[in-house]
Ligand binder design. Structure first.
Ligand SMILES: [Zn+2]
Length: 448
């Protein structure tokens, strides 16, 4: 990365991947291109309070209108757009058809196409996560991403705490975090550049290519993890700088964990294609194995390590354009990583349709059915095409598109055109898009 300013022609760049503009409450709501988010938070241990000042620079695309963004925090002490105060009634959440908790904030100010602006927010920071839980029982041994409401409710990424955009948009995030009066030593774990500005004060700069699902940030009591670093030289790949933070209760040595990760890199480069970053940052915690993937990083239990690392290929290497498309990250990862010892059953076309990918572009829910069901979409295809051909077609899709974005119709089209198997369109129609009735006729010129 150079320090050169990014030159973007209006209407090009990330805005091309945004959902379409939409009328809501008499406002023409338009997606934006966020350029940067800069935030400064102070956490006061004695007062049990945190306050944040955040500044979001953004541009409109070729359509003027009312800008769309999100932040799940609810109470603001100051809101300014280009230095002019707004009321909280002017940045309300609106449902654009995405449903509960997938609402977007609409700025109730009509702004011209291609113009640049700054939104400044000040707020006491609270955890906006819904207390409602929808956790699903699991068999206790199968590793995965968080299999609770945590990983599948909308609004759990950067927008949980800071102003941010949907996953189609890359933006530069820089945060300063200060902890006051902590009775114990605190440590920051993050997949950005961490600069210590003073006692319990850090600045974290994340790369400009990061999206709302990319940054990892954890502030926790220091001293629980030991650290090791290494340079991996995977077979057929570029060197990767590895940082391992390991909790003692995990019961593994750094040498064991490093060797295991090195083996996974060799395996995934061979099976899927190149790793698109030069770094992997992993925090391994005790516990049942659930974890979360970030770009070039994970915070995970030991049992989920392989699953989370594979998201460096599917999920955070090749990336879902919209949250709707994220079913594939989990389904393919479960199919190739987690279920190797258990036969995954093909789907029965007499069963009712299931939605894994909503056709509403503003939906930000990942259906619970993704876990355990989505992998059966691939088992259904493999039963018709053979396992080896399916894997080769997925590898080719990855190699053609990573580290960019994919959509669900794009992978459907790729698999169908590569493998020429009608069941692929049938299984997507009924068990990915959740449509009843016959699969639509093949559109003319569908395969290039
Ligand atoms: Zn996962």
């Amino acid at each position: 990365m150079t320090g050169e300013p990014e030159v973007i022609v209006c209407g090009e760049g990330d805005i091309l991947d945004a959902p379409p503009s939409i009328m809501v409450d008499g406002m023409f709501a338009v997606p934006i291109d966020v350029v940067s988010v800069t935030a400064s938070s102070v956490l006061d241990w004695t007062a049990k309070a945190a306050t944040t000042k955040a500044k979001m620079k953004f541009r409109l695309g070729p359509e003027g209108g009312h800008p769309l963004f999100d932040i799940r925090q609810l109470t603001f002490t100051s809101i300014k757009l280009d230095g002019v105060p707004l009321t909280s009634g002017q940045i309300l959440h609106r449902d654009l058809g995405g449903g509960d908790k997938a609402e977007m904030r609409v700025i109730a100010v009509d702004l011209p196409a291609c113009s640049e602006h700054v939104l400044e927010l000040e707020y006491p920071m609270d955890d906006p996560r819904s207390p409602r839980t929808t956790s699903r029982s699991s068999n206790g041994s199968r590793p995965s991403c968080g299999r609770s409401a945590r990983a599948i409710s909308p609004g759990y990424m950067v927008e949980r705490w800071l102003p941010a955009n949907l996953t189609y948009d890359r933006f530069k995030l820089t945060m300063t975090v200060q902890v006051l009066d902590s009775p114990s030593e605190q440590a920051v774990y993050a997949n950005g550049e961490i600069q210590e500005l003073g006692f319990h004060k850090w600045k974290i700069s994340y790369p400009a290519h990061f999206r709302s699902f990319s940054p990892m940030f954890r502030l926790q009591k220091g001293g629980a993890h030991t650290h090791s670093s290494a340079i991996l030289e995977p077979k057929g790949g570029e060197p990767v700088e590895l940082d391992v933070f390991l909790e003692a209760d995990v019961g593994k040595t750094h040498e064991e964990v490093q060797a295991e990760i090195a083996g996974y890199f060799d395996e995934f480069i061979e099976s899927t294609g190149p790793y698109h970053l030069d770094r992997f940052y992993v925090l391994i915690n005790p516990g049942d194995g659930a974890g979360m993937e970030y770009e070039g990083a994970t915070s995970t239990g030991y049992l989920s390590l392989k699953h989370q690392l594979f998201h460096g290929w599917f999920g955070r290497g090749l990336k879902p354009r919209h949250t709707n498309d994220a079913w594939l990250d989990e389904s393919w990862t479960e199919y190739v990583i987690d279920e190797v010892d258990v036969p995954v059953l093909p789907l029965d076309f007499a069963a009712p349709p299931v939605v894994l990918c909503s056709d509403n572009p503003w939906s930000r829910h990942m259906p619970l059915g993704v876990f355990g069901f989505g992998e059966r979409v691939f088992a259904t295809i493999a039963a018709a095409t053979g396992e080896a051909d399916l894997r080769l077609a997925m590898k080719l899709f990855y190699e053609l598109r990573a580290p960019g974005l994919f959509s669900t119709p794009e992978i459907e089209q790729h698999l169908y055109c590569e493998l020429q198997e009608p069941v692929i369109r049938d299984v997507f129609h009924r068990f990915v898009y959740g449509k009843d009735g016959p699969t639509p006729a093949l559109p003319p010129g569908y395969c290039p």
